[in-house]
Design a protein around this ligand. Sequence first.
Ligand code: C2O
Ligand code: CU
Ligand code: CU
Length: 479
Amino acid sequence: MKRRTLLGGIAASTAVVGFPNLSISQEAPKRLVMPPLMDATTTRRVRLEAQKGRTLFKGSSRADTWGFNQPFLGPTLRMATGQTTVTEVTNSLNEPISVHWHGLLVPGSVDGGPHQPIAPQATWTPEISLTQPTATAWYHSHIHGATAKQVQMGLAGVLQISDGQDDARELPSTYGVDDLTLVIQDRRFSHNGQMDLSIGMAEQMTGFLGDTMLINGQIGATAVVPRGVVRLRLLNGSNARIYTLALSDNRPMHLVATDSGLLDQPIALTSLRIAPGERYEVLVDFSNERTVTLLSAQNPNTGMMGGGNQSNGSFPVFPFSVDASLPTRITRLPTALGGSRPTADASNAKWRRFSLDMSMGMGMMFRQSDRRFSINGAPFDMKRIDFNVDLGAVERWTISADTMMHPFHVHGAMFQVLTENGQPPQPQNTGWKDTVLVNGSVDLLIRFDHPASEKTPFMYHCHILEHEDGGMMGQFTVG
Ligand code: C2O
Ligand code: CU
Ligand code: CU
């Protein structure tokens, strides 16, 4: 096979023999570009500005989009654990936004949830002190009732928590070369090139499901990787779509980290399910230089709700191609990662139960304002604190979801999955998590080390953003 050299996303224009006036510039593979890296590990400063932009996704007309410091999505922030980072978030949009640090173990006062709106033209300056292990987190707007729209417009980005030890762990760590940040989202576009945010009837239950894959905001791009072991930091930044990922030649993905940190050792998987809000880090070996495509099975909730595209076939998420001229640093898989796999004793823990409820009356014809989504029968209320947890407490939480699958997320804490439907957790849920896909019932053990007051409580909610906006959310204080 011929190897192509790809130059930073610029496709070569090649004249077609016999058709001197034609060129096939659109046919050349487009190289996937990483979000810009804002490394705060030495500067200890992060500056974000939410702004309007125009983004050319496809065709020739640009879509209206929002982003942080750029037209769509935001930079990858890298913050050091053990340090304090001074952040400055300015809102240059015309409506209130917030910036929630999803996965950061910080007090409610800097969590950036719905009680901390940033007004248009205002600047929010939380100081973020991190003590948690290295992990891939993310950040996104979290205004109650507007999260789905604001994230879809682009107010989201990846946040790496770094302890600087990845080289010692023999993990790939060269940003954008053998350490890829991959924001997976689905979108729909209208004829004029704009993003179509409308919700069809079935999506009123499933949440928004697009027909076009965006990776880091790009359509149809190829991830060009070195010959060797490559780390993929996967974020499902979609509103509602659940992906069941596999590589087209069935080669293993070696799971090394879940939402809240590294495992003790890699787990080889040929299939990995990732729900909205979740992050997984996997290593893939490209030493045989063969091209391969990341595929996904259809959204499992679509079949359960009987709507939309019911085809069982898989679809491509994005392809990889190997460029042997890129530097290879890691050629074998690490055996010990230094992370911990949780084991804790649940016997003394206080037990709380949560049922994720949807009401399906009125022939499924309703608007989100009807608030058909709730937890334990109560739709979210900004003015109601649902409960208090003691600072330092370990609790057992049982979350159940009968009608469809819901990714359940908790702010300000990480947890371990004890059981799924009474069985030991599936391998991909054996690490530290802050979001877990509930398909039936999940039992987890969660520890609260960060305070949250009534003014800025922590949220727990379904991370299908239409469900969250529609009321499948609650709030609690710690202290
Ligand atoms: Cu990723 Cu409460 O959110
Ligand atoms: Cu969160
Ligand atoms: Cu849900």
